[in-house]
Design a protein around this ligand. Sequence first.
Ligand code: ADP
Length: 605
Amino acid sequence: MKPFRIRLTIIIMLLLAVLGLAAAFTMAHIYRNSHEQTLEDNMLREIRLLETTFAFQPVGNENGAPSNDVFSYYSREALQIGKLTDSRVTFIEKDGTVIGDSESDPRTMNNHASREEIVAAARDGVGSAVRYSNTLKENMLYVAAPVQKPGEFDGYIRLSMSLVAVEDGVRSTWTIMGISLLVLFVIAALVSYSVAASLTRPLEHITRVANRISRLDYGARVRLERKDEIGDLGKAIDNMADSLEMQLKVIRDNEDLLQSVLANMTGGMVMVDDSGKIALINRFAEEMLSINSKRMIGKSYQELKQHYELSKLLGDGLRRKERIHDEQTLYNPEPRLIEIDGVPMFEDDDTYRGMLFLIQDVSNIRRLERMRSEFVANVSHELKTPIAAVKGFAETLLSGGVNDEQTARSFLQIIYDESERLNRLIGDILELSKIESKRSPLNFSPIHLQPFFETIREMLNASAAQKNITLDMQVPEELFMEADEDRLRQIFVNLISNAINYTQDGGQVRLNVHEIVSEQGEERIIFDVTDTGMGIPRKDLPRIFERFYRVDKARSRSSGGTGLGLSIVKHLVELHHGAVTVESEVNIGSTFTVNLPLLQADEAE
Ligand code: ADP
């Protein structure tokens, strides 16, 4: 339904109807008047003609009634003239007595002195009237004029004619006008409906566009090329849509930014509104709590049933509406230590909106803290032993308890050895902490492996020779690799000197170097350090790369070990993007295998 369009059409139609009817009435009126006037003029002319041409007979004495002859003469003449002029002719005496009539017997007729046309004729010289004739049962036009023929006739000649022809004319005029009005009406209805439609169509278009905009279709535009008020309205709506679209883009950009911040945060975030419903969960929290945010949003925080302690804490925070802080273990299913911070959220007008909970996985932090304090305890313990020895032997010497020079010398030797060990221990600790904190970056350069291992052999030859151990190195002639030379030397000095240390006299230590191509198509170098020594029990194998871990403390100490060598090796190998593994059999020997890339990737630190 288009009410405005229809209303406009109805108004135009009504106006047309009023105008049409008025025109029709006016026309009918004019038609009738002009025809009546013409008729009247003709009749008057005929009266004037009669006045001069008619052979008037003397009507008779002044006082007495007219004689029968008079009646019949005038009646006969009236009939004659009436036939000729196709009208009713009446001769009326001045006093109103009818003396002749073409239609009826004058003696039966009433006095006509008071008839409208006679009164007017007496007064104005001509009189006319329209009247319904009871005799003829139709509307008649009467025209009368006074006629004076001294001594013969003094009265009025009246002519009257039927108005049926005029009325028929008027009626057919009405019929024609009615039909043309109807046709006009139909055409006007169509025209005015389409005019109204052309007026309302742009408005409807604007309405449709505005509706699309309100249904969030911000790309919709009116785009009316008009210079009038409707064009202005269209332009105003387009401008509004432009600014809405722009504002929405700003809002969307902000939202995207916020979403990507939330999604990429390395902390969990859960927002619970004041009614206890979950309003937001970011990706990290989803993973940490192993829940689906799409399923949980809009639900009560109590739905987090699998994390009973957590949901209790959230409920507590929501009730208290103040900051909370706690640490809990989540089983997911592996245990994770999480730190929860709850912050109440208030709007500008201080209305409470709910709580924001930040969830951090602190398992690693706590594990590192524990490792650090264990390390400190281990270091202290390791330091105490040589210090106690140094202190004890020094005290004995100071107290003069040793007279024998030989014994005193051996005591001093012990003090020297222990302080030497202490020195090594501190050196290794410093080295390890330097590697772990990555304070000294690696300095990669190409290394020709054969001469490189030759220098290592020179360094270790003496200690091998001391134990009568053969040192066999199989290094391909032209093999180069990229590495930090000092660190690489540290790795192999540690591994080879361990092999010498933990191998009985007369044993064998072998180094084998060869190149392989990994499954990923990467060139790598494999170093195997094999000895024929005492081996490592299976149960100790997983732990020997830990700091201070030793299979046999006494033996390690007697060989001058600190328990840090392999852990330094592991760190350095990993810094070179490699791996170190061990295979060993007690009393048969061990093989330490180092697997390193031939070239270091660019991002190597
Ligand atoms: P240490 O200073 O005691 O040698 P490491 O970290 O180098 O410390 O080695 C840790 C432990 O691993 C040693 O104490 C030793 O028990 C064992 N180990 C290392 N290398 C060998 C080897 N080649 N043969 C047998 N045991 C070894």
